[in-house]
Design a protein around this ligand. Structure first.
Ligand code: GLN
Length: 280
């Protein structure tokens, strides 16, 4: 006769999970399975799981132990105070990218009707956040991945942001349109960077991460295409790698931008560079 493991209570489930993954992550996964706030795990450690809940929790813990990112297991991640739906078709939002929102707000937060373009929108975090936080903004979001656009559209619907979504490669589907603000968090990791073989990054779409031998191919394509799509006085802000600030400032200089600068992320690393297009 098969021996059936008893279904544990909350405390027992967490105790088992701790032998496989770190406790903080086990708590996130158990909250996800039970669809409950953290306080319930603490207040009711003796609550017995349902059979299906225990099976689901065990499977998630095993997948996490095998390396799958928490955000793909729970299907969500917070960005700038809002919860976004996430799938393996899109990059997992990183706190570093909030710097792009802060810069956009610093330059356009007091203006109405800003026309914004987000290139390589992925899950839509930048486009949707700016649509919701800028006053009467008109936001277009581009991605060359159909699967990514479907995720972004689902996020826009769930957060109530009427962003225009466009399938295309950088500027190629935008005609002659011009914008006051262009933002992008493009792929910028060097193709041979060993970082691509480590941790959560292994599970993310390579097309959202790698960009040529030095990671600069897409950054260069965006900088060179941006002048034809910026209003005079408009701004371009680009996220880039920890060691790419000088190279990106060089690209901006060569393309004829003014007021070129780089800004530091929470770790004190130059993470965004940008400039103003004064027209020609
Ligand atoms: N910051 C990410 C990483 O280092 C890369 C994001 C990107 O390429 N846009 O994993």
């Amino acid at each position: 006769m098969a021996v059936v493991d008893p279904v544990p209570d909350v405390a027992g489930a967490l105790k088992w999970a701790r032998t496989h993954i770190v406790l903080a992550e086990a708590r996130i996964l158990l909250r996800y399975v039970l669809q409950c706030p953290a306080s319930r795990l603490i207040a009711f450690p003796e609550a017995v799981l349902g059979v299906a809940e225990w099976a689901e929790f065990r499977s998630l813990v095993e997948r996490r132990e095998a390396g799958e990112p928490i955000a793909y297991l729970t299907g969500e991640r917070e960005f700038f105070g809002r919860s976004f739906h996430i799938t393996p078709a899109v990059l997992i939002p990183r706190p570093d990218t909030e710097l792009l929102v802060e810069l956009a707000m610093a330059h356009f937060g007091d203006k109405r009707g800003t026309r914004v373009l987000d290139l390589g929108t992925g899950s839509g975090i930048l486009a949707i956040t700016l649509m919701l936080d800028l006053i009467e903004a008109d936001v277009t979001a581009v991605d060359r991945s159909r699967e990514a656009l479907l995720v972004a559209m689902a996020n826009a619907a769930r957060l109530g942001a009427s962003v225009s979504f466009v399938l295309g490669d950088w500027f190629s589907a935008l005609g002659e349109e011009r914008y006051h603000l262009i933002v992008a968090n493009p792929p910028y990791v060097a193709a041979a960077d060993p970082h691509l073989e480590e941790g959560d990054v292994r599970f993310e779409p390579a097309t959202a991460l790698a960009s040529g031998p030095q990671g600069l191919d897409d950054l260069a394509a965006i900088v060179s295409g941006a002048p034809a799509h910026l209003e005079p006085g408009g701004w371009l802000f680009l996220e880039h790698g920890y060691d790419q600030a000088a190279a990106v400032r060089g690209l901006l200089t060569d393309a004829g931008f003014s007021a070129i600068a780089s800004w530091k992320d929470l770790a004190g690393i130059e993470r965004v560079s940008g400039g103003q297009w004064l027209g020609r």
